[in-house]
Ligand binder design. Structure first.
Ligand code: ADP
Length: 186
């Protein structure tokens, strides 16, 4: 039986991540999605929220589960008895990053193999950063994330609405109302 660990920040999980998770779950007997507890990144969702969102998005995969972890990914793989670490590659930058970490990990834990899956063409541009930026500006992210992630994002930004953006939106609404009036008159 081969158990694989798919580690990441997943802040939040998007369809590019889901695509990798689904394909990995089809290759390996068991897939564990590992959510980094405290990556060196500024996060939008806390660990529990990221775990729950990933659990909901992956609920239909019977051989997949989600955990959170701290510390080295290879130690997490060892603790979980995972023989393989799965990562997704979008571009050359991802490749450079993953090959460097992968070689370091091989020194740390030679028994843990790295499996990098090339991302599907429709997700090459997609990142959690893009999703958060668009959602933060009240753009529609429903094409990029599971419905529960989209709901969590709109809930987050409804509460944490930047005042300058709210003011900007009111101004824009004012302009479009004026435009509507002008075109009606002409
Ligand atoms: P990390 O902080 O570990 O890079 P991410 O949540 O950003 O965490 O990404 C987790 C994994 O998913 C990484 O292997 C990353 O390359 C991969 N990934 C990110 N975006 C995509 C995408 N659009 N398609 C496929 N894989 C992706």
């Amino acid at each position: 039986m081969v158990r694989a660990l798919y580690p990441g920040t997943f802040d939040p999980l998007h369809n590019g991540h889901l695509d990798i998770a689904r394909r990995a779950a089809a290759i390996f007997d068991e897939l564990i999605v590992g959510v980094y507890h405290s990556p060196p990144k500024k996060l939008l969702f806390d660990t529990d929220e990221r775990v729950v969102l990933a659990q909901k998005a992956l609920a239909d995969l019977p051989n997949a589960s989600v955990v959170s972890f701290v510390g080295l990914t290879v130690e997490c793989a060892r603790d979980l008895d995972a023989q393989v670490i799965v990562r997704g590659l979008r571009n050359v930058a991802d490749y450079q990053f993953e090959s460097q970490i992968g070689l370091a990990n091989r020194h740390l834990a030679p028994e843990v193999e790295l499996c990098c899956l090339i991302c599907s063409t429709e997700y090459t541009y997609l990142s959690s950063t893009i999703v958060k930026e668009v959602a933060g500006l009240y753009g529609d992210v429903s094409q990029w994330v599971a419905p529960e992630v989209a709901a969590a994002l709109s809930e987050h930004f409804a509460v944490n609405r930047p005042p300058e953006l709210a003011a900007g939106q009111e101004k824009l609404q004012g302009i479009s109302k004026t435009r509507g009036k002008l075109s009606y008159r002409s």
